[in-house]
Design a protein around this ligand. Structure first.
Ligand SMILES: [Zn+2]
Ligand SMILES: [Zn+2]
Length: 376
């Protein structure tokens, strides 16, 4: 009887969720000891191919790297040491890295742990739709317009499928950090996200020959979507620069910051040989004004990329003007993030103004269509 129930549950899981993603959890933390707490369902433990039993509601398992193996402890009792441990189930586990200490997070579906290069590799084997719900909550938070959640689901699904081999050498598809897409949460407070993921199930953004598009997005483009070549030196297909009127009155539309003139001048002179010996150029070093996005500070011939100034001085964007203010440089900027592709705050205000997610996607990307991944 028990195995019939298990088979039905497994079939239900795979029929309901055709794609499974392998996401590397806590990858950058080089975890040596991790605890799993089971509060909403039970999980089956398979260690080196053998069924070790189940952990029921309220239980926990601790896995610690010891002599190159995974030492498994359940309820403070050492069960054994193994090369690979699967935690199989389709509920929700709370995961706490004990060494190093990292704030608890929760993820859905199954897990596989292996001892590799003096660390524990933790892979969350999660359905694509559950993964996307976690990504959207991490990337966008709660309380947004449903059409924005839908367009974000379209972007994040396309990104995930297009980049699914990004961490092949590490033994999984994508990591859980901003390097791929932030994936830290699960849906405790925002059922609207799951609704949006379901409503767009299987849909991706692709070009005219059915290839997945590079779906870049950032928080706020500052009123002008950025040319990708300003950020990465190469242009990116289907994202073009244009004036975005939807994000200019939103939360992150403008910002200011002050930097000491000494630090500003030192960086420009030492890194780029800024011509301070030229009296005209010296007088302009703190003054730059441009209505449009510019790839370079003051003049392209000086070879000072705006993006370098952004990273050096921790600015919210590479879209800004400068002017001297006492012994400081007053930097007045627009937007937040690289500004290429979908502008998240612009998309939110389009949703509020009545545009649907398809119209929003086609506003930010050119020469693309929305299709079902299974048809490609
Ligand atoms: Zn990554
Ligand atoms: Zn924008």
């Amino acid at each position: 009887m028990k195995w019939i129930v298990t088979c039905v549950l497994i079939m239900f899981f795979f029929l309901g969720n055709s794609q499974v993603m392998n996401i590397g959890i806590l990858h950058t933390h080089k975890v040596k000891s991790v605890q799993f707490d089971y509060n909403e369902s039970s999980y089956e433990i398979i260690a080196d191919g053998a069924n070790i039993g189940r952990i029921e509601y309220g239980g926990s398992a601790r896995i610690t790297l010891s002599n190159g193996k995974l030492q498994l402890k359940v309820k403070d009792e050492i069960i054994g040491s193994y090369a690979k441990i699967h935690l199989n189930g389709s509920g929700i586990l709370s995961i706490t890295s004990k060494s190093p200490s990292v704030r608890q997070r929760s993820h859905q579906d199954a897990f596989t742990l292996t001892a590799k290069s003096n660390r524990i590799t933790i892979v969350n084997r999660v359905s694509l739709e559950n993964y996307l719900s976690g990504v959207i909550e991490s990337e966008a938070g709660g309380g947004r317009h449903p059409e924005y959640y839908k367009v974000q689901a379209l972007m994040s699904r396309t990104y995930a499928l297009r980049n699914r081999n990004r961490h092949k050498a590490d033994g999984f598809s994508l990591c859980d950090g901003v390097h791929c897409q932030a994936y830290h949460n699960r849906l405790r407070f925002t059922p609207e996200i799951r609704t949006a993921v379901k409503a767009t199930k299987g849909e991706v953004l692709c070009n005219q020959v059915g290839k997945l598009v590079a779906t870049y997005f950032s928080a706020n483009c500052g009123g002008q979507v950025c040319d990708a070549s300003h950020v990465w030196n190469n242009s990116v297909a289907h994202v073009e620069t244009f004036k975005d009127t939807f994000c200019i009155h939103t939360k992150q539309a403008t910002w200011t910051k002050k930097v000491s003139q000494y630090a500003w001048k030192s960086f420009l002179v030492n890194r780029y040989g800024y011509p301070v010996g030229d009296s005209v150029m010296n007088a302009r070093i703190y003054s730059f004004e441009s209505e449009d996005r510019s790839a370079f500070y003051i003049h392209p011939s000086l070879g000072i990329p705006m993006r370098d100034l952004r990273f050096k001085f921790g600015l919210k964007s590479a879209f800004f003007n400068t002017r001297p203010s006492g012994d400081q440089v007053l930097i007045s900027g627009h937007g937040f993030g690289h500004g290429v592709g979908l502008c998240q705050e612009g998309a939110m205000s389009m949703g509020n103004k009545g545009y649907n997610y398809r119209q929003i996607a086609l506003y930010y990307f050119t020469g693309v269509s929305i299709r079902s991944y299974s048809d490609l």
